[in-house]
Design a protein around this ligand. Sequence first.
Ligand code: ZN
Length: 184
Amino acid sequence: MIDGIISKDRGRHPNWRDKDYEAIRFQPFHLSNADGNLSKDLIGKGLFERGVYFSGTVTPTSVRAICICDVCNRSFTVQHFHGGFSENQYFYSEDAKQTLVVGYHEIEDIPNQLQKEVDETALTDLESKLLQPTRGTGRYRYYNSFRCPHCEVPFIDFEKNKEIRPTEYYGLRHINLELQKIAY
Ligand SMILES: [Zn+2]
């Protein structure tokens, strides 16, 4: 994995521990002659399977990722936070134009990151208590997909791949869009 580090100096660049560290990571892709069905298998999958994040290695929030939509082939930039370390769960709005962040202790029965068993009845009850998004349409839901901002097709398709939701512990947002933080 190669991160492009932004530097104002020709000869030096900041270290990832520095305050002004800012880097760009490109979603890996297969070379066309070696691809076969490999790219097709990744459609709708999460950012761990796509090789953007790695379990066991924390990606600093100052690294933003450039993803490429499987459908319209246009690129978009995402920023993330580590839900496990911050003890937060995230919910995407239906159009994924907004992300709600809720602390584990802010609302009862909230699924924690990596929690394998998720009670769908309790989840529906919890979702009915969440705020409405202030932008776009629809409600916040645990299994809402993260969508391409251009064509709005699911990029990480949680509706189809529910089993990957607990392990996608980085909450995402499209670049420069603020997170919504008050739970209910
Ligand atoms: Zn698209």
